[in-house]
Design a protein around this ligand. Structure first.
Ligand code: HEC
Length: 192
């Protein structure tokens, strides 16, 4: 009897600790994901600006095509996070959002409509999956003036950009955006 009580106590202690550890993990992971996303966007934004200034939009397409995944892969290697960019109107055929990302985007859109600033919109969650708990994070990628030469309305895209995009991305859906709209999300995940 005494023994059984001890086991129950130990078990509840253990459960209690596990709960606390998970809460901590989410906060820690959220901070790390935010930092990773911030650093990544700064690097990518800098590369994009430099490429646009030196070679124009046609040249800068390669920054988005080759450098963006490379910068993300480098950050992934350093942090252990899986990192990708997704959008319901994707340009890269692999950029299709999964169920969690679609739901996250809908809630970020709702917060944008309610008056939050697009630059600070992000969210995270711990999701139960058959493989265990997974930390998920999504940051809104707002359309800025700098994005319009490749994601704006058709009249904002030069004939050269249109030609290059239609060769490299025949199923491109990522046009028609205006400043302030959410172009997509930076999605980060990690098994816990
Ligand atoms: C020089 C052209 C160019 C500019 C400027 C540009 N992009 Fe892109 N963007 C692209 C290309 C090309 C891709 C596809 C990259 C790939 O193959 O993964 C892309 C992909 C994306 C994706 C991934 C989802 C998808 O549609 O495939 C997001 C999100 C995105 N861009 C957001 C932005 C934002 C936000 C800006 C402005 C800060 C921006 N882009 C500026 C050309 C551009």
């Amino acid at each position: 009897m005494k023994h059984a009580l001890k086991i129950t106590l130990l078990a509840s202690l253990f459960v209690g600790c596990a709960g606390a550890a998970n809460a901590d993990d989410q906060t820690t992971l959220n901070d790390a994901a935010r930092q990773t996303a911030g650093g990544l966007l700064k690097t990518l934004g800098g590369e994009l600006k430099a490429a646009l200034a030196s070679g124009g939009a046609v040249e800068a397409i390669s920054v988005c095509k080759e450098k963006a995944p490379r910068i993300a892969a480098e950050a992934a290697r350093k942090t252990g996070f899986a990192i990708k960019r997704v959008s319901p109107k994707n340009r890269n055929p692999k950029g299709v959002p999964d169920a969690w990302e679609s739901a996250a985007l809908a809630s970020l859109e709702a917060r944008l409509a309610a008056g939050e600033k697009p630059e600070t919109l992000d969210m995270s969650a711990v999701v139960d999956t058959p493989e265990g708990k997974v930390f998920r994070y999504a940051k809104a990628l707002p359309t800025q003036p700098l994005c319009l030469s490749c994601h704006g309305t058709p009249d904002q895209l030069s004939p050269e950009v249109k030609a290059k995009l239609s060769t490299e991305y025949p199923d491109d859906k990522a046009v028609g955006y205006s400043v302030g709209m959410i172009r997509g999300v930076l999605s980060i995940k990690k098994a816990m």
